[in-house]
Write a protein that binds this ligand. Structure first.
Ligand SMILES: [Zn+2]
Ligand SMILES: [Zn+2]
Length: 94
């Protein structure tokens, strides 16, 4: 579900916008779980206050882009999430 107002600059997004036209923040708080190497990606759209996906526990777009601050690290709930961690470590962390 797209947010009513951009969580970053509060401008009003267009109906089918994916990113804010004023500040480039994502409009849809989507799950970032990509399915790992073999699994199905989770495309769950979360509410604007969700730091983690309610369907699979992976960080949401808003969390990962820093729009939502959380002190909590994701809880590992299974093998799929473990794969996710390996993925982020190998490619996205310095
Ligand atoms: Zn914005
Ligand atoms: Zn998810």
């Amino acid at each position: 579900m797209p947010v009513d107002r951009c969580v970053r600059c509060r401008s009003k997004p267009g109906k089918n916008d994916q990113y804010c036209k004023q500040c480039s923040a994502p409009i849809v708080n989507r799950c970032t779980y990509d399915g790992g190497l073999t699994g199905e990606p989770c495309t769950k759209e979360n509410t604007e206050d969700a730091a983690f996906c309610v369907a699979c526990g992976a960080p949401t777009t808003f969390n990962q882009t820093g729009l939502l601050q959380t002190v909590y690290a994701p809880v590992s709930t299974g093998d799929e999430l473990e794969e996710y961690h390996h993925f982020t470590h190998r490619f996205f962390e310095p």
